[in-house]
Design a protein around this ligand. Structure first.
Ligand code: HPA
Length: 279
């Protein structure tokens, strides 16, 4: 929860100011892509790259997850200037949701209009297989402490923001079009947020399934809520790195998640790249 607005805004402002200084007089990107598991190679597909360790950005939190190195990349992808977040912040690491989402507000300050969120998730839909992809059409946030709790930051958005269209409809149809062009079997479904870090129980998955969830994961929702609050358009894709607990014949493990994220990596990167070329 944001209990000290002045301090929080000082972090947002000093991060944005530092990034603006690094950019010097260059065009500020209007797109930010969050590189979830398997998306790391997208950074090397960028041209004219500037890479800033999170530790250099005043006011920015520091990522603690192995495999998420913690760098803000600025570059050109498919002829478009983009920010890429290599490493994000999760509630299970010990951060408050207001801190997990601080970067989204920094992006809003810098003038970003589009947020592309990617993540690893457990598959719940009947016809899912590990290494499949799912476009997120909506989310279930009841497990998530709202990143908007506490004083409203009026400069970003209203106290009671509408959440009826968090995931931009046009972006969803562009994602579908991209998947068709690439011959990728892209599912579409509802992402249910869990706090983690433990995976779910089979009973929990059955409840989420009965609520209509298509995939489950420990990120994305706080960020999507803040983006919606700020008026940033969101596209989001889950990589099904495992079948969810009780659906999978195996016990869940981080190793399986990493293996299938790597298997899906080409599809994930190609989908996001083509999507960027079309928006
Ligand atoms: N549950 C929650 N988060 C996840 C999963 C899962 O099954 N797989 C990858 N991230």
């Amino acid at each position: 929860m944001i209990d000290n607005v002045a301090e929080y805004m000082k972090s947002v402002d000093s991060s944005a100011e530092y990034i603006r200084t690094v950019l010097n007089n260059e065009v500020v990107p209007e797109i930010c892509i969050v590189l979830g598991s398997g998306l790391a190679p997208l950074a090397s597909m960028c041209e004219d790259v500037v890479s800033i360790p999170y530790t250099d950005i005043p006011g920015f939190p520091v990522s603690t997850v192995p495999g998420h190195e913690g760098r803000l990349i600025i570059g050109t992808l498919e002829g478009k200037k983009v920010f890429m977040m290599s490493g994000r912040f999760h509630y299970y690491e010990g951060y408050d949701t207001s801190i997990c989402t601080l970067y989204v507000r920094v992006m809003a300050k810098l003038g970003v209009k589009t947020l592309v969120l990617t993540n690893a998730a457990g598959g719940i839909l009947e016809d899912m297989e590990p290494a499949d992809l799912m476009a997120i059409s909506d989310h279930l946030s009841f497990n998530c402490e709202s990143p908007l709790r506490g004083a409203n930051l009026d400069e970003f958005g209203v106290r009671f923001p509408d959440m009826s269209c968090v995931y931009d409809r046009e972006y969803l149809s562009i994602l579908e079009e991209c998947a068709n062009e690439l011959g990728i079997n892209l599912h579409s479904g509802i992402y249910v947020y869990t706090k983690g870090p433990q995976y779910e129980t089979p009973a929990e998955i059955q409840v989420y399934k009965s609520m209509g969830a298509g995939a489950v994961g420990m990120s994305t929702v706080p960020e999507a809520i803040v983006a919606a609050h700020c008026g940033i358009k969101v596209a989001a894709v889950s990589c099904v790195t495992n079948l969810a607990a009780g659906i999978s014949p195996n016990p869940l493990s981080h190793e399986e998640v990493m293996v299938n994220a790597a298997k899906a990596s080409d599809n994930s990167c190609n989908l996001v790249k083509l999507f960027i070329s079309k928006i």
